[in-house]
Design a binder for this molecule. Structure first.
Ligand SMILES: *Cc1c(COP(=O)(O)O)cnc(C)c1O
Length: 357
């Protein structure tokens, strides 16, 4: 009945451990839909890594609203990636010592420390991403402000870089030099919290900035880095033979040729989209299909479901929890209850069940 993510447990856990081993100081990122696994499950897995002796002290969440999902399953520090703003609700007192705020504006630093003088903070320096962060000058002023306060301490600097390209180091050292120049008083060792550096870049950074602890924030590569450990399946819920011209669906469409209509689990509520996430979509490829009189020429759109070794077409747009596919005659017809493979974007999919073997 469900859209199911089946995880090869031993293989997945071995992958998690190998990524943790290769990235000392790793900050696992558990945000959004928990990369398909749910936030609670990722929090437990991060705790498991820590219990196994890996160097994992801090778990990152995306937003303040996500803290309750992880706080009882993970027992270490929690870094919030979205920068603190004055409209964020105050933390529960039990959490103030565990939560590390990202602060990306000087005015926010002033306000946060007024509300909570011993708040734990990481200062964000803006990068070429241009998302959040302080300029060099603001960072310098933040250092000045912290030096003027008895409890004024930061736990390092955060840099959010564009996706790994292997050429970040020039930018990183420029930004780190801004941080060093700001002489920010620190709590614990000086730390740089980074995303999307390649392993080589991380190694070079550690060599060049020996005084810094380098903490890579990693989500996708950790949780989803071994796709072979993950299988996504839907279930065939119904099978109807159709002849060319037969009417079906919410919009009373007609079947363009004979075959089968399949009703399968998975719909808009799961994040099943109208078009497959990858595949041939070039104008040339589409023109070729039109010329052949292919089914998408009559308005059928490629679905993410595979049957009999081929990605199949939606017979109509996905429904809330189920989808209708068209299977042209000639293909092997699955039976009601059979599992079929689905290709999804994990960060945009809500599974009914996650089964870890
Ligand atoms: C999401 C996020 C990450 C992790 O990104 P992945 O590509 O999933 O590894 C790291 N840093 C920040 C600030 C993020 O928002």
């Amino acid at each position: 009945m469900s859209l199911t993510l089946t995880v090869d447990g031993p293989r997945w856990r071995a992958h998690l451990e190998s990524v943790a081993d290769a990235h000392p100081g790793i900050v696992p990122v558990a945000k959004g839909n928990g990369y398909g696994f749910t936030l609670g499950r990722l929090a437990r897995k991060a705790q498991w890594l820590r219990d196994r002796g890996h160097d994992v002290t801090t778990l990152a969440v995306g937003t303040y609203d996500e803290i309750p999902e992880v706080a009882s399953r993970w027992h270490g520090d929690i870094l919030v990636l979205t920068p603190w703003r004055p409209f964020v609700d105050p933390l529960e007192p039990a959490l103030t010592k565990r939560v590390v705020h990202t602060v990306s504006r000087l005015s926010d630093l002033e306000q946060l420390l007024t509300l909570e003088p011993s708040a734990r903070v990481v200062l964000e320096r803006t990068t070429s991403m241009q998302r959040h962060g302080m300029s060099a000058r603001e960072l310098w002023e933040a250092g000045e402000l912290l030096r003027s306060l008895p409890d004024g301490r930061a736990e390092g600097v955060a840099l959010h870089l564009p996706l790994a390209q292997g050429n970040h180091l020039g930018e990183v050292s420029r930004l780190l030099n801004d941080y060093v120049a700001a002489a920010v008083p620190r709590r614990g060792p000086d730390t740089v919290w980074v995303s999307h550096l390649t392993d080589r870049e991380l190694t070079t950074l550690r060599e060049q900035y020996g005084d810094f602890v380098v903490r890579p924030r990693i989500g996708t590569q950790l949780w989803l880095g071994d796709r072979g450990a993950l299988r996504v399946t839907a279930t065939v819920l119904d099978v109807h033979p159709v002849e060319r011209g037969d009417i079906f669906g919410y919009r009373a469409r007609t079947a363009p040729k004979s075959g089968h209509l399949l009703v399968v689990s998975g719909g808009t509520a799961h994040g099943i989209g109208l078009e497959a996430p990858t595949g041939e979509s070039s104008i040339k490829a589409r023109a070729a299909t039109l010329a052949r009189g292919g089914l998408d020429a009559v308005g059928f759109v490629r679905s993410p479901y595979s049957i009999d070794g081929k990605q199949r077409l939606f017979a109509e747009p996905p429904h809330m929890q189920a989808s209708m596919l068209f299977l042209p005659s000639g293909a092997d017809v699955p039976a009601v209850g059979d599992p079929i493979d689905v290709r999804v974007r994990f960060t945009a999919t809500t599974f009914d069940r996650v089964v870890i073997t």
